[in-house]
Each structure stands twice: as structure tokens, then as C-alpha cells.
Write a new protein. Structure first.
Length: 165
């Protein structure tokens, strides 16, 4: 009994460790996400959405639902969801405001909008609208691998990757 249980135990532990490696399916609230980013020194991706937004649901399904996107997000980013119409209280830069006001302060005017922040909360860039999964993964790598912060221009990065700008 003991000998046959060991492989099953090892397999279960391996799956649990892989699954727990901060999957992108584990979206955090704003406050929890910014705290986690600071503690892990990983950048933040904020999915700004509304409940009525069809393109937001499509992005959840077709982009965030893809295993390769989930894997990359889970190993390189802290993932945060922000409902742009919520009155939930959030804290940013020492100020407490509603999620709606926070989205507005980042100049979000359409949905979905993806906001990228540095691990310390500094704003990097907004990406408005639906982005297909292949293009989104390229964008994630551009930011997650540090090319953007090293000053590589997006069009140069895309050209180097062999994609269309």
C-alpha cells in the first residue's frame, strides 16, 4: 500500500505546485493586487471592465482563457480586475476613492481597457479595447520581459518578433 501511494502522492503534489504557481485565473482585487505586486516585485495588469461589456466577456473567454496567456500572466504579472462602474473603495497613492473614480483617473473611457503598472504602482501604459490573444501575448512579453522599460519601441519589438506592426 505504501509503495503504490507514493507515486500518486508525488503526482498530486506536482499538479498542486504547478497550479499554485500564481495562475492568471486568480484575479485579485485592486488593493490586494498592488500589495502582492510590491511584495513580489512583479508588474501589474489591470483588466478594467463593466458588467454589461460584451467585448470584456469575449476577452475573458478568448484571451485570458487561453492556456499560454494564463501561463505567462501567472509567472510574470500580478493580475487585477477593476469594475469601472463599482463604488467599491480602493486605495492608490495614499488616496481612497471608488473604483469608478480610479478608472477615470487613469483616463479609461472605453471597455475593456488593460492598464499596466510597475510593481510599485507607477502607471506604464493603457491599452484600450479588445486585443486578440496572439497580439496580447506579444504585448505581455514586451512588458513582462522588460523591453518596454529598457526603451525598446513597440514597432521595433514587433518587427524583431516577426509580427506585423
Amino acid at each position: 500500500m505504501r509503495k503504490s501511494a507514493l507515486p500518486l502522492l508525488l503526482a498530486t503534489l506536482t499538479v498542486a505546485l504547478l497550479a499554485g504557481a500564481s495562475r492568471a485565473g486568480e484575479w485579485k482585487s485592486w488593493n490586494a493586487g498592488l500589495s502582492a505586486a510590491q511584495a513580489s516585485n512583479r508588474p501589474v495588469i489591470v483588466d478594467v471592465y463593466t458588467d454589461w461589456c460584451r467585448w470584456c466577456r469575449q476577452m475573458d473567454r478568448d484571451v485570458y482563457g487561453r492556456p499560454d496567456v494564463q501561463q505567462y500572466l501567472g509567472t510574470h504579472f500580478v493580475t487585477v480586475k477593476l469594475n469601472a462602474e463599482s463604488s467599491e473603495s480602493v486605495t492608490y497613492r495614499g488616496r481612497t476613492l471608488s473604483a469608478r473614480s480610479l478608472a477615470s483617473s487613469f483616463d479609461v473611457s472605453g471597455y475593456p481597457t488593460t492598464i499596466f503598472l510597475a510593481s510599485n504602482g507607477d502607471h506604464l501604459v493603457n491599452v484600450p479595447g479588445y486585443v486578440d490573444a496572439d497580439r496580447f501575448l506579444l504585448l505581455l512579453r514586451y512588458i513582462g520581459d522588460g523591453d518596454m522599460t529598457r526603451g525598446v519601441r513597440w514597432d521595433e519589438y514587433v518587427k524583431k518578433a516577426g509580427e506585423k506592426p
